[in-house]
Design a protein around this ligand. Structure first.
Ligand code: HEM
Length: 416
């Protein structure tokens, strides 16, 4: 389809903007600028032929097309390249590392095999059965701080809540949480991809820690997801040991980093929009709709794993060549003016909210029902138990961490 300005490359704004502190603090002005250039924008990365092999998808319809179309793969190693192809199409490479054999990094049929091994633990019905346990975790966290009248909402609530939930599901002891946090902070800032020895060491320590847990579950299976996966691995040819390690690392990482940021970012949005906060306090039945709006407006995942074209294809009026890299900017698609009324406004009661914060297609978030339930409990409990909740620092003291893939606030001092 034709969209205005679809063929012009935005040049410098991307190369300077995408990795800047200003982008991390507020990526949305750049996204708006990019959407006005087109649905699919060339990234100005130098290549031998002078034509870009990197593309950014900025609008909702095209984002869904990329994520749903299996012409676009997550695993660039599967694309046979022609001898005469001049560019360097595997620039970002696959996910690699410890997640490299997980479902998020592979295509069908391996993806379906891996996802089906754990999908029963994430059905909406099963997830609802976790409600009392998650409610207890939320209440215990607030019991610890209620008397003192202040807390860091990120470090004392938004972070520990989801990590405790996923650790309980998997059977990971609570002592491991500090290491998990160190590793996932490194990973979400893109550090794990860099060949820095101290960073590689943290990943190595994390992998060794997981192998130790696997060995313990092998010797003494319990009623948890890792024990079930170990038994599947031992039973035959459905899961090998590398895939087992990758699967556990993915569930730990995806299961807490994103949801922590949903809770932290969402609370900050409510401080930014006091009328919406008041509305939510007056009618807590709006919490599930508010969670959807936090996901749309300031979701934790700005972009999913890069996709790679397996054939020449036209997308948003652009000629994409086999091997080209595509970054699907969910954070931009979720503010697409053609799809949402007043997209730059937070409206917790938005009725039509077809956002893509959980992705789309075969890799659509497996943990979405869990993230929604955790969000529901986290916000409902906070608002009910801390009626005088307020920001305890100046708004401009809030800093962000992550990058153009995952993004969340570092700390959120509050008083109540
Ligand atoms: C607000 C919280 C969350 C957000 C915004 C989120 C977002 C996403 C997105 C955008 C994807 C697609 C990635 C891609 O296409 O490359 C994804 C995949 C995934 N998410 Fe989540 N996620 C959240 C919470 C969770 C939780 C709690 C879990 C639980 C373990 C989880 C597990 C997964 C898994 C396993 C995948 C890979 C699915 C596949 O490849 O088939 N996520 N998530």
């Amino acid at each position: 389809m034709n969209k205005p300005g679809g063929n012009s490359a935005p040049g410098g704004i991307l190369s300077t903007g995408l990795f800047s502190e200003a982008f991390l603090a507020d990526p949305f002005p750049l996204f708006a600028q990019l959407r006005s250039k087109g649905a699919v924008v060339a990234l100005p990365v130098p290549s031998g032929s002078g034509t870009s092999s990197f593309w950014m998808v900025t609008q909702l319809e095209e984002a869904i097309q990329v994520l749903k179309n299996q012409l676009f793969t997550v695993d660039p190693s599967t694309i046979p390249l022609d001898d005469n192809q001049p560019s360097s199409p595997r620039g970002l490479g696959g996910l690699g590392g410890i997640l490299g054999q997980s479902m998020i990094a592979v295509d069908e049929p391996d993806h379906r095999r891996l996802r089906s091994l754990v999908s029963k633990a994430f059905t909406p019905k099963y997830i609802q059965s976790l409600r009392p346990g998650i409610q207890k975790i939320a209440d215990d966290l607030l019991d610890r701080v209620q008397e003192q009248g202040h807390m860091d909402l990120v470090n004392e609530y938004a972070f520990p809540l989801p990590i405790n939930v996923i650790s309980n599901m998997l059977g990971v002891p609570s002592e491991g949480q500090a290491l998990i946090r160190e590793w996932s902070e490194l990973f979400s800032s893109g550090g794990a991809a860099r060949q820095d020895p101290s960073r590689l060491m943290i990943t190595q320590t994390f992998a060794e820690y997981l192998l130790k847990i696997i060995a313990e579950k092998r010797a003494h299976p319990q009623d948890d997801l890792i024990s079930q996966l170990v038994q599947i691995e031992e039973a035959g040819d459905r899961l090998d040991e590398g895939e087992l390690l990758s699967m556990i690392a993915l569930l730990i990482f995806a299961g807490h980093e994103t949801t922590s940021n949903l809770i932290g970012n969402g609370m900050l949005m409510l401080f930014d929009y006091p009328a919406q906060m008041q509305r939510l306090r007056a009618d807590p039945s709006l919490v599930p709709a508010a969670v959807e709006e936090f996901l749309r407006y300031n979701g934790p995942v700005l972009a999913p794993a890069p996709r790679y074209a397996t054939a020449d294809v036209t997308l948003g009026g652009q000629q994409i060549r086999k091997g080209d890299t595509i970054l699907t900017m969910l954070g931009s698609a979720n503010r697409d003016e053609a799809q949402f009324t007043q997209p730059e406004e937070l409206d917790i009661a938005r009725s039509l909210n077809r956002h893509v914060a959980f992705g789309q297609g075969i890799h659509v978030c497996l943990g979405a029902p869990l993230a929604r339930l955790e969000g529901d409990i986290a916000f409902t409990t906070l608002l009910r138990r801390l009626p005088a909740l307020r920001l305890a620092v100046a708004r401009d003291a809030i800093t962000w961490r992550g990058g153009f893939v995952l993004r969340g606030i570092s700390s959120l001092p509050v008083a109540f």
